[in-house]
Write a protein that binds this ligand. Structure first.
Ligand SMILES: [Fe+2]
Length: 256
């Protein structure tokens, strides 16, 4: 029977190094990334699309971007990405686009569209905060106007809402302007992000804001309170009728 949905795998905050033994907060991020990919292959059907929401690498190494492209070949599906505050655009652009990794920032499906949004405008020294440019907001508005019949997912690195119970602050300097813009656009159903290395769900003004845990270390708050939770990833099922389902899955064998 023909499926009535598109399945999307979201991976985020890989923080890989050129050195295979590289550690970030005592986690071998390459090892945990491989464990995540193995877990997906063993337990689930192949996704239709993969999106990576930033912090692909930690040391900026071209080799780490190459490693990600090679590792994801096992799925043989298009990989879309946005960069995070730890990425190096000039190095990623030496590697991507590659066989499966596209640099397109718009994924048009039959009933949905995914808009990949850069949240790294005006980076400031020693700041992890992001910003979404005026031009990027105009691009989103134009795509929404061109495809008024599509339900829409926004994928970006930084989380837009705060989550006080989890110690998560606003991470986009112009979050108010961006969220107001989104609220005025019909058909934005989901905003998926990474950055804070933990899961949260906030529904506000009809938009579901989802944060997804990292494939590496897990955090309880911005204070770098590291938890022992296992690396994770998110599934999205985007149904043809505009409905969606989502959940976060964690790998089940983990010791840190
Ligand atoms: Fe990160």
């Amino acid at each position: 029977m023909k499926r009535d949905y598109t399945s999307v795998l979201q991976l985020t905050d890989l923080h890989l190094f050129a050195d295979p033994t590289g550690l970030f907060n005592n986690i071998n991020t390459r090892d945990s990334f491989v464990k995540v990919l193995n877990h997906i292959q063993q337990h689930y059907e192949n996704p239709d699309i993969i999106i990576i929401t930033g912090d692909l690498v930690h040391d900026g190494a071209v080799e780490a971007y190459q490693y990600i492209a090679e590792a994801l070949k096992i799925f043989s599906v298009p990989v879309y990405y946005v960069l995070g505050n730890h990425d190096y655009p000039e190095n990623s652009s030496q590697v991507y686009p590659s066989e499966f990794v596209t640099t397109d920032k718009h994924c048009l499906l039959n009933h949905w569209q995914i808009i990949l949004v850069d949240s790294n405008d005006q980076p400031m020294p020693d700041s992890y905060e992001g910003e979404v440019s005026y031009a990027e907001l105009q691009r989103i508005k134009a795509l929404m106007a061109s495809h008024p019949d599509k339900s829409t997912v926004i994928a970006m690195h930084h989380n837009l809402p705060a989550h006080n119970d989890r110690g998560i602050d606003y991470e986009v300097r112009n979050h108010q302007q961006v969220m107001q813009c989104f609220e005025q656009l019909p058909n934005i159903k989901l905003v998926v992000s990474g950055h804070v290395h933990q899961e949260f769900v906030i529904v506000q003004q009809g938009i579901c804001y989802l944060s997804t845990p990292a494939t590496g270390y897990q955090s309880l708050s911005k204070s770098k309170c590291i938890t022992n939770e296992a690396p994770a990833y998110r599934w999205l099922k985007l149904y043809n009728n505009g409905r969606f389902e989502t959940d976060v899955r964690r790998i089940n064998v983990w010791a840190s």
